[in-house]
Write a protein that binds this ligand. Structure first.
Ligand code: SAM
Length: 483
């Protein structure tokens, strides 16, 4: 039976409840009155504490996703834009993945790291190689990484991951620093989550891949990842281990997208109900071609329009949750979805183990690559492109370093302090990028943008301090200011 507060996977992600939700959504997909009502509920509203959004239940959001009235679909997009604007403004946070090891004991049928794939050489970075990769990433201008590894208790035990995190944080090359390390590794024990927490990780990210239990078991035929309950309950263990920023995700293309969407929101509702805080981020990866993997083997692929609608509906349903897209997506697709609610994107990414150090911007090693990267532009090019599109690329990591994780981050959103906090932080970290790493053209566009945007910090004192800090970065050689 469905129970949002249960700690059992099959009760908080309940198949029956999802099927009923899909039926309800189908019955109401042309119900204009209900759709209007749902949109009204989700609108940002001014309260005594600032602007707040109520969000939506998985049932309500599923009606929006199923909605087949073109005019209403337009309203869904415009509400998603309004919510994005209210909480995230034009800021887009930048990050890069760092692949540590492709050794893996699982047999995920969609992933090239599966243990039977003999086409790819297996590789695990030494600490010296981690250092070289981090220096290369710092030299591009990155401050935030997501580390990635296959699951292999012998080759990549938790001690190896912890050692890598330690190495990453310790490297200070020129003005560079990695200030937040997010971690995307297989489901593990409470004890290991405690260790990750103590190592100072940012978000613990784990994609569910699919919420459909039967498909999950078929897609993960062997290895520790085969266990649906252990995987699905991982975020509860992570939170028990003290990590209060967790990142959910579905690998779209594996099962039916409407089923996944309902499951994803039920998972978010579960975390909120049990731990008092929803997911910090939601990722929306789509299945890609890779070594030994042909995405056409899977018949649930979604086109760019459905992808955009999913993103818009997630934005409306969980308004305070960050949303991430990676370089799996092309420039064109990224352009389309940025305005609908995406708040974080990767730039200059390499998905191979050891893909950064020793390679020029247009040289890419393919042998250990996890999947094809669609957006192959450099970080500088992505930053410039974002600014030309009216966005503010941000390298900010302040919340986590000021202890504003979990519900404390959500509180900042709710009291409307974003414009006095996130906005200047974004501009100051962008200035660091421009001063230390940008091409002359990117720098010129960026400095004009900062001069304009700094005027939009409402609090006068805060604005003046931010202007002083910007000068210190540009002319005084100082770094790492934050509010
Ligand atoms: N090994 C960890 C685990 O099992 O959760 C996480 C690391 S894995 C490198 C990161 C993610 O890549 C997976 O969770 C999966 O969603 C995604 N992935 C795997 N194969 C893919 C493919 N062919 N196309 C796109 N994404 C893929």
């Amino acid at each position: 039976m469905y129970d949002v507060k249960s700690l059992k996977a099959e009760e908080f992600i309940n198949d029956e409840e999802i099927l009923e939700t899909l039926k309800y959504a189908d019955e109401n997909k042309s119900n204009r009155e209900l759709i209007e009502e749902i949109l009204e509920k989700a609108k940002p509203k001014k309260t005594g504490r600032g602007v707040e959004c109520a969000g939506l239940s998985h049932r309500e959001a599923s009606v929006l996703l199923a909605c087949d009235i073109p005019e209403m679909t337009e309203k869904i997009y415009s509400l998603a834009r309004e919510i994005k604007e209210a909480f995230y403004g034009d800021r887009i946070v930048m990050f890069a993945p760092l692949y540590l090891s492709n050794y893996c004991v699982n047999k995920c049928v969609y992933c090239p790291y599966h243990m039977q794939n003999k086409e790819i050489p297996r590789k695990k970075l030494t600490q010296e190689e981690v250092k070289a990769e981090v220096i290369a990433l710092q030299d591009m201008g990155h401050k935030r990484l997501a580390i990635e590894a296959g699951e292999d208790p012998v080759n990549n035990p938790i001690e190896y991951i912890l050692e890598c995190i330690n190495t990453i944080y310790s490297i200070k090359h020129k003005n560079g620093a990695i200030r937040r390390v997010n971690v995307n590794i297989a489901a593990t024990t409470v004890e290991n989550y405690k260790k990750l927490h103590d190592a100072g990780i940012g978000t613990y990210i784990l994609f569910q891949e699919t919420y459909h239990k039967e498909s999950y078991e078929t897609l993960h035929p062997a290895g520790p990842k085969h266990n649906y309950a252990y995987h699905t309950e991982a975020m509860d263990r992570a939170m028990e281990g003290g990590i209060d920023d967790v990142g959910l995700g579905v690998l779209f293309g594996l099962d039916k997208y409407r089923y996944e969407f309902a499951g994803l929101l039920m998972h978010a509702e579960h975390l909120e109900a049990v731990h008092g805080v929803g997911p910090h981020t939601i990722s929306v990866p789509r299945l890609k071609r890779a070594s030994d993997i042909d995405p056409n083997q899977f018949d649930n692929g979604i086109d760019d329009d459905i992808f955009a609608k999913i993103i818009a509906c997630i934005r409306i349903a969980v308004p305070y949750t960050g949303m991430i897209i990676s370089t799996r997506e092309s420039e064109e697709c990224r352009n389309k979805v940025l305005g609908l609610g995406v708040s974080q994107i990767s730039g200059g990414s390499r998905t191979s183990v050891g893909g950064y150090a020793g390679y020029s911007a247009d040289e890419r090693p393919h042998d250990t690559e996890q999947f094809d990267v669609s957006d192959q532009r450099s970080l500088d090019e992505v930053v410039k492109w974002l600014m030309e599109g009216g966005y503010i690329p941000s390298f900010c990591t302040a919340c986590y370093r000021e202890g504003r994780t979990g519900d404390r981050f959500m509180a900042l959103c709710k009291v409307g302090q974003i414009q006095n906090c996130c906005h200047p932080n974004a501009l100051m970290t962008l200035q660091e990028f421009l001063t230390d790493y940008a091409s002359p053209e990117t720098k010129k566009i960026g400095e004009e943008l900062i001069a304009r945007e700094i005027l939009n910090v409402p609090d006068e004192k805060r604005r003046q301090r931010a202007v002083e800090y910007l000068n210190e970065i540009k002319h005084g050689g100082k770094r790492d200011f934050r509010f």
